[in-house]
Design a protein around this ligand. Structure first.
Ligand code: ADP
Ligand code: GLC
Length: 463
């Protein structure tokens, strides 16, 4: 079975968040299940620079303001189709934004990706024709509008909806008859996410709990009605992580302790007998790091320490930069993959206090590295961490700490619990060993995607 994955980011070539990790991992995860996946990706400068031998397999004249072509190439172990459209993608810096914020032609930039995906579904590219088109997030949202091939849309984060003013309808080549509540019209605007959600044959999101949350006004961000209407084709499939790319650099507790000491030294933190906590995150409202800043005294006054790595929102960056003055807090504002890994290896606990979290990957890296996750009780965080409740401890199943609601009070109480567990080395050690054994790979979920694709093809065949 051939599947074209359509995505705006893909690790290790271009990444702003977890979508890239997932898009980058899916092809290898699906291969053992008989799925041949190629990935259609915009030709940003970093992607173009990474292509070795590339072959033109499709030309497209006048694609939203300029000529474009599709290149077939292999890079970083991925089988790629790259949309080379310099008028849309040859821009420096962040892939979504310029110096003055989001590019105003983002709707066109990603409509182009979706347009070409639909065309590949019809005619193939380089004698390869996908059976199924699988789009990720709003950037691929228009694809099912234009596609004949069966399509799957995955929601990684419903907060990003790809809105465009109504007067761009024609420029975006959209059919006016879908500018309705049942189509892609959203409060007078055009929503590419809604287009995907109303027009795709199947909808998935990245955890079962988020799939349920998405159907409520609290989490659906306006899409809850659409999604409730499509509940029969919607499912939650949990993300995994690439176990080879994320293998802990130690085998024993002693080995981990050396990484903890190294991280303290690198961050200029004193040796203490408290837990060394880490955060690796985008700094946005979603991630609850303002609440963490409010609750932090409870942790650091009791001997705990924190290393925070993140970037994003300017006010949050300022607030965290102030915390760096505390002797038991180290803050690095920026994006640094290598440091993120050293933090996972050296941390005793990883904190993920998100207000919502479709899946979350850093708690999975934490489990794998024996870095106990302390997480909010939402989305994929519920589905991946077994909390140290009395039942969880009694059954010797717990792998972390969960709290709710996302308030400074509740998080402070979660810190109390974390510290109690920490001060009982036997319990903590057992939790850490369980965490490291907990299956966080792609096995189960890759099968779920393969089954979903197969079911979709069957439905099409009998329709
Ligand atoms: P989201 O996609 O919402 O940002 P995820 O937890 O799914 O959340 O994925 C985030 C990914 O980005 C992880 O791989 C994480 O390690 C990485 N990441 C986030 N911020 C940074 C940073 N400042 N430096 C390095 N890696 C980061
Ligand atoms: C989104 C979500 C995150 C998820 C990632 C990959 O960015 O915020 O929770 O893990 O996509 O699916």
């Amino acid at each position: 079975m051939k599947v074209l994955s359509v995505t705006s980011e893909c690790a290790p070539l271009v990444k702003t968040g977890g979508l890239a990790d997932v898009a980058g991992a899916l092809p290898a995860a699906l291969a053992p299940h008989g799925v041949e996946m190629r990935t259609l990706l915009p030709g940003y400068p970093t992607v173009m620079a990474a292509l070795g031998d590339a072959k033109e397999v499709m030309g497209e004249r006048g694609l939203f303001g300029g000529d474009a072509r599709v290149l077939r190439a292999k890079a970083a172990g991925l089988d790629l189709l790259v949309l080379d459209a310099p008028h849309l993608y040859d821009r420096p810096g962040n892939i979504y934004a310029g110096p003055d914020g989001d590019w105003v032609d983002n709707p066109e930039r990603f409509a182009a990706l979706s347009w070409v995906a639909a065309r590949i579904g019809r005619t193939g590219a380089g004698r390869w024709t996908p059976d199924i088109l699988h789009g990720h997030d709003w950037q691929a949202g228009f694809m099912p509008v234009w596609a004949d091939a069966p399509s799957v849309m995955t929601i990684h984060n419903v907060a990003f909806q790809g809105l465009a003013p109504a007067d761009r309808l024609e420029a975006l080549r959209l059919p006016p008859d879908l500018m309705t509540r049942d189509g892609f019209e959203y409060w007078g605007k055009i929503s590419s996410l809604k287009a995907g959600l109303t027009q795709a044959d199947r909808i998935t999101t990245v955890s079962p709990t988020y799939a349920g949350e998405l159907m409520t006004p609290e989490f659906g961000m306006g899409m809850e009605g659409v999604l409730r209407g499509r509940a029969d084709v919607m499912s939650g499939i949990l993300n995994g992580i690439d176990l080879e790319a994320w293998t802990p650099p130690f085998k024993t507790a002693k080995g981990k302790a050396r990484h903890t000491a190294a991280l303290r030294a690198e961050m200029g933190l004193p040796a203490t007998d408290g837990p060394l906590c880490v955060v690796v995150s985008r700094l946005t409202e979603q991630k609850g790091l303002d609440v963490l800043a409010d609750a932090l005294p409870r942790l650091v006054d009791e001997g705990g320490q924190l290393v925070m790595l993140g970037s994003g929102d300017a006010a949050l960056e300022r607030r965290w930069t102030e915390w760096a003055a505390h002797p038991n807090v180290a803050v690095r504002i920026g994006y640094d993959e290598a440091l993120a890994r050293r933090m996972m290896a050296g941390g005793d606990a990883i904190l993920v206090p998100s207000r919502f979290e479709p899946c979350g990957l850093t708690q999975l890296y934490g489990l794998r590295f024996g870095t106990i996750p302390l997480v909010a009780m939402t989305g994929g965080l519920v589905d991946t961490v077994i909390p140290a409740t009395p039942a969880g401890l009694l059954a010797e199943a717990a792998t972390g700490v969960q709290f709710m609601p996302v308030t400074a009070d509740a998080l402070s109480r979660a810190f109390d619990q974390l510290l109690r567990l920490w001060r009982d080395p036997e319990t903590w050690g057992a939790m850490r060993r369980r965490a490291m054994r907990h299956p966080v790979g792609w096995d189960v979920s890759a099968r779920a995607y393969a089954d979903l694709y197969a079911g979709l093809l069957e439905d099409r065949a009998t329709a």
